[in-house]
Design a protein around this ligand. Structure first.
Ligand SMILES: NC(=O)C1=CN([C@@H]2O[C@H](COP(=O)(O)OP(=O)(O)OC[C@H]3O[C@@H](n4cnc5c(N)ncnc54)[C@H](OP(=O)(O)O)[C@@H]3O)[C@@H](O)[C@H]2O)C=CC1
Ligand SMILES: O=C(O)CCC(=O)C(=O)O
Ligand SMILES: [Mg+2]
Length: 431
């Protein structure tokens, strides 16, 4: 029995467990949720109604989620004087699968990101963000339907590890002196006024992320996994990510993949025609292509040639930028879902790609689509595929009826703009 200090799980419901590496999901699973800051409460209230209605519709009372509210961010601070109470971590860890709204992170000072802290504390090393087009959604590009990618963003290291010191502090001074005196670094342009940040990228961290991306791609019969990096400039972090990614692919999935590293080796030894022929042969055998691209080129090619990209594996910061950029391409952050997952322990925290959108807090205005679709990912993860499909179909139908929140309405002709809660009502009516 899990022990809590301040808040208690619902009396009804049973924990989800991991048995022999597989989730065992009871008919009444306890699922912790964090409402979130800013627009989080508006969105959560709408989303949970859609989830419950879909589960009831599909399983007619045989299955039902036992929701367990746990606290983080401003609500936790106001109630308990702590940003991230121990009970919250205990619950997310004990009940394995959870869902959260966005949490505020101040810029340039104050607390460090609670979102990042949760990912680190639970070692949720994959941030998985599918990006696809929904018919009828307004988009800034001509062919948004060509975007169908799944981002695997490394979630535990890179510059997000939070190893940094502010300019002018004794710590920054000490690190700069160490770099200058002991490491022979003479390239820090303004040493007296520099802040310092450190970017750790490891072989282990890279391998487990790339492994998850390849496993996903093979399971879902996707065509390629692209390693996105800035390895020309950051050779031993981003460049190493690329090299380790290729090595892992060839070592662990040799008979199932063809890599551009192999292509380069064949080209060097036998010429371009032989390399082209080898890749063609691999494609005809249905092998997964593992390729790479430099991050800036990738950001222009997703606009000009999106059909060339499929599953994306990248580091933390690149993945953060890419998520929002791709979300915009298919109509915006209002329908961009995500999940933070540890594929070994099974722990997963589902959450939208967007943040708290504070200027709209409490207005019942923003699009709950991202959290609703994060819920779709969660139900798929639980094996409740029928629920996931029912919600997706109802969301598609609602958008096709041009019943949308402000973000889509301002870009659509003939749309009926509705509130967050009314959008949920329309989805429920369409279930
Ligand atoms: N995982 C998490 O919890 C995350 C938390 N954050 C945090 O959120 C806070 C605010 O960050 P900010 O940079 O403003 O980014 P946000 O993603 O919160 O908002 C940026 C803009 O995106 C649009 N948007 C966001 N959510 C929605 C939605 N549900 N429906 C429609 N449009 C939406 C709005 O655009 P418009 O103005 O055009 O209407 C909004 O102004 C920060 O403290 C940040 O650290 C940020 C990202 C993730
Ligand atoms: O933690 C935050 O405040 C921002 C996180 C973020 O932008 C993301 O995960 O995409
Ligand atoms: Mg982000």
């Amino acid at each position: 029995m899990v022990q809590f200090k301040r808040f208690q799980p619902p009396a009804e419901g049973e924990p989800i467990t991991l048995e022999n590496g597989k989730l065992r999901v009871p008919n009444h699973p306890i699922i912790p949720f964090i409402e979130g800051d800013g627009t989080g409460p508006d969105i959560w209230r709408a989303s949970v109604r859609v989830f419950d209605a879909a589960v009831a519709k599909v399983y007619g009372g045989e299955r039902k989620v036992a929701w367990y509210e746990v606290y983080a961010g401003e609500k936790a601070y106001n109630l308990f004087g702590e940003w991230l109470p121990d009970d919250t971590l205990t619950a997310l860890s004990a009940y394995i699968v959870s869902i959260k709204g966005p949490l505020t992170t101040p810029v340039g000072g104050g607390i460090r990101s609670l979102n990042v802290a949760l990912r680190q504390l639970l070692d949720l090393y994959v941030c998985q963000r599918p990006v696809r087009y929904f018919q009828g959604v307004p988009s800034p590009v001509k062919h948004p339907e060509l975007v169908d990618m799944v981002i695997f963003r490394e979630n535990s290291e890179d510059i997000y590890a939070g190893v940094e010191w502010a300019a002018g502090t004794p710590e920054a001074k000490k690190v700069i002196e160490f770099l200058q005196k002991e490491m022979g670094v003479n390239k820090i342009r303004f040493p007296e006024t520099s802040g310092i940040g450190i970017k750790p990228v490891s072989r282990e961290g890279t391998e487990r992320l790339v492994r998850a991306a390849i496993e996903y791609a093979l399971r879902h019969k996707r065509k390629s996994v692209t390693l996105v990096h800035k390895g020309n400039i950051m050779k031993f972090t981003e460049g190493a990510f690329k090299n380790w990614g290729y090595e892992l692919a060839e070592r662990e999935y040799g008979d199932k993949v063809f890599t551009w590293a192999q292509y380069d080796r064949i080209k060097a030894e036998q010429g371009q025609a032989a390399a082209d022929a080898a890749q063609k042969q691999a494609e005809s055998e249905g092998k997964l292509i593992i390729k790479d691209v430099i991050a800036d080129a990738f950001l222009q090619q997703i606009l000009t040639r999106p059909a060339e990209y499929d599953v994306i594996a990248t580091m933390n910061l690149n993945g953060d930028y890419i998520s929002d950029a791709l979300a915009a391409q298919v109509g915006g952050i209002g329908i961009a879902p995500g999940a933070n997952i540890n594929y070994v322990t099974g722990h997963a925290v589902f959450e939208a790609t967007h943040g708290t959108a504070p200027k709209y807090a409490g207005l019942d205005k923003v699009n709950p689509g991202s959290v609703i679709l994060s819920g779709v990912m969660m139900f798929e993860y639980l094996g409740w595929q029928e629920v996931a499909d029912a919600i997706t179909r109802a969301l598609e139908k609602t958008i096709a009826q041009k019943i949308v929140t402000y973000d889509f309405a301002r870009l659509m002709e003939g749309a009926r703009e509705v509130k967050t809660s009314e959008f949920a009502d329309a989805i429920i009516a369409n279930l």
